[in-house]
Design a protein. Structure first.
Length: 151
């Protein structure tokens, strides 16, 4: 429960970056920070999944490496939405580590162009909003999976 609360806190910080900081500054640095927050929230959600699997004795131990955690979570949870979430987290990690270029800073169409091994990724305000929404959906899904609501 504490880890899911921590993931929600990361989403709150990302929300602030998206709706307040980006509104007033419109820089690639804010977009980069936002990607880091989304990635942190997803990594925490993956940790929650693995922690639950460890408690249920489905896995013996949790690896320290994020890449290994992602692979183990994919194997442990044969769920399409979990696989999508892990793929999305790995994509964000590639974007975060990639070299990038700035364009149209301080304007509505501020763009971060990340050069990854998979190609060029242009991240605009609309794209980062979509990433935020996807991350929120994934966090909600993991929260409901680990803590089902009784109706």
């Amino acid at each position: 429960m504490d880890l899911m609360h921590e993931a929600r806190e990361e989403l709150k910080r990302a929300d602030h970056l998206l709706y307040v900081s980006l509104k007033y500054t419109r820089t690639v640095d804010v977009i980069k920070s936002l990607i880091e927050r989304l990635l942190n929230a997803l990594n925490i959600a993956i940790d929650c999944l693995l922690q639950r699997a460890k408690e249920k004795r489905r896995i013996k131990e949790m690896p320290d490496n994020n890449g290994l955690k992602c692979e183990l979570a994919k194997k442990t949870y044969k769920d399409e939405k979990i696989s999508d979430m892990i793929g999305f987290a790995l994509m964000l990690r590639k974007i975060s580590r990639a070299d990038y270029k700035r364009s149209n800073e301080f304007r509505r169409h501020v763009t971060m162009t990340a050069i990854t091994d998979g190609g060029i990724v242009n991240i605009t305000l609309d794209v980062i909003k979509e990433y935020y929404d996807r991350t929120t959906d994934y966090i909600d899904y993991v929260d409901n999976l680990l803590n089902p609501k009784k109706e």
